[in-house]
Design a protein around this ligand. Structure first.
Ligand SMILES: [Zn+2]
Length: 268
C-alpha cells in the first residue's frame, strides 16, 4: 500500500472518531477540535479584537444600551431553551459579553463562549430591535451549532492532515490563527472570512428565529431585514455580513417556512 493511502486511511479514521452529535440538530457532525479549545482560542481573538476597537459605553450611548438589552434577552432565551431540554451543559464555558463597536462595516458575530460583537455599521440596516434580535439570534446559532468548528476542522484536515489544534498552533502558529479567523469570520477585511454554506445559513436562520421569538421579538422582521441587506449591496461593494452570510430567494422562502415553528415558542 502506498504511503498516501495509509495517510488517507489515517485521516478517514480521524474524521470518523471526531464526529460528534450536535446538541441542537441531533445530527452527526465533524468537530475535530474540542469545544473547550475553540472557546479558549475564541477568547484570545476576541480580546485582541476588542483592544483594537472603540467599544461604545451602554451608559452613555442609546444604541450600545439597545445591543446589550437585545443580546441579553437572546442569551436568556437560549439558556431557558437548553434548561427545558435538560441539557444546560451545552452552555458550559459560555460567559456572555455584548459589545457595540464603532466600525462602519455592516457586520456582527458571536464567538463560541458567548462573546457578541455588533458593528455600528449594521444599525442603519437593522433599523429596529426586532431585526437586531433576528441578526443576533442568527449569529448566536452559528456558535451554538458549532459551524465554525466544522469549518475549522475541514481546513485543519486540508492544511495540516488533521493534527491536534495544540500541535498545529505550536508548529504553524500563523497559519493556524489564519484558519481560525477565516472559519469564524473575525477578519476585518471583506473577503477574508469564508462564507457560510447554505446548509449552515439555513440552520442558523431556523434556530435564530426561535431565540428571537422566545426573547419577545417579532421574527417576521427577518424577511424585511435580509431584503434591506440585499438592497444596499446593489451597485456597491457587498456588505461584510452578506459576503459571509449569502442571501437569496431560497433563504427568504425558507424563513417563511420556519416562522410557524418559531412562533410556537412565544412566551417560552
Ligand atoms: Zn450566517
Amino acid at each position: 500500500m502506498k504511503k498516501t493511502s495509509y495517510l488517507s486511511i489515517a485521516v478517514l479514521l480521524l474524521i470518523i472518531s471526531s464526529c460528534t452529535k450536535n446538541n441542537l440538530t441531533g445530527k452527526s457532525q465533524l468537530a475535530l477540535v474540542p469545544e473547550k479549545e475553540i472557546q479558549s482560542l475564541s477568547l484570545e481573538q476576541y480580546k485582541t479584537f476588542i483592544a483594537k476597537h472603540e467599544v461604545l459605553n451602554p451608559a452613555k450611548d442609546a444604541n450600545a444600551a439597545m445591543v446589550q438589552r437585545v443580546s441579553n434577552n437572546i442569551s436568556k432565551a437560549v439558556q431557558r431553551y437548553f434548561k427545558s431540554k435538560n441539557t444546560p451543559e451545552v452552555l458550559n464555558g459560555y460567559n456572555w459579553e455584548y459589545n457595540l463597536v464603532k466600525d462602519s462595516a455592516i457586520n456582527a458575530w458571536c464567538m463560541p463562549g458567548g462573546k457578541v460583537v455588533v458593528y455600528t455599521g449594521i444599525l442603519p440596516v437593522s433599523k429596529n430591535e426586532n431585526a437586531l434580535a433576528v441578526v443576533l439570534g442568527h449569529e448566536v446559532s452559528h456558535a451554538l451549532l458549532q459551524h465554525g468548528n466544522q469549518r475549522m476542522s475541514q481546513s485543519m484536515i486540508q492544511q495540516f492532515g488533521g493534527v491536534a489544534l495544540s500541535v498545529a498552533l505550536a508548529n504553524k502558529p500563523a497559519q493556524t490563527q489564519d484558519v481560525f479567523m477565516r472559519a469564524y469570520g473575525v477578519g476585518t477585511e471583506v473577503g477574508f472570512a469564508l462564507p457560510f454554506s447554505r446548509k449552515h445559513e439555513l440552520e442558523a436562520d431556523r434556530f435564530g428565529l426561535i431565540w428571537a421569538v422566545m426573547a419577545g421579538y417579532d421574527p417576521n422582521e427577518a424577511i424585511a431585514f435580509w431584503e434591506r441587506m440585499e438592497n444596499i449591496s446593489n451597485g456597491q461593494k457587498p456588505p461584510e455580513l452578506l459576503s459571509t452570510h449569502p442571501s437569496d430567494a431560497t433563504r427568504k422562502k425558507k424563513i417563511k417556512e420556519y416562522l410557524p415553528e418559531a412562533l410556537k415558542y412565544k412566551g417560552k
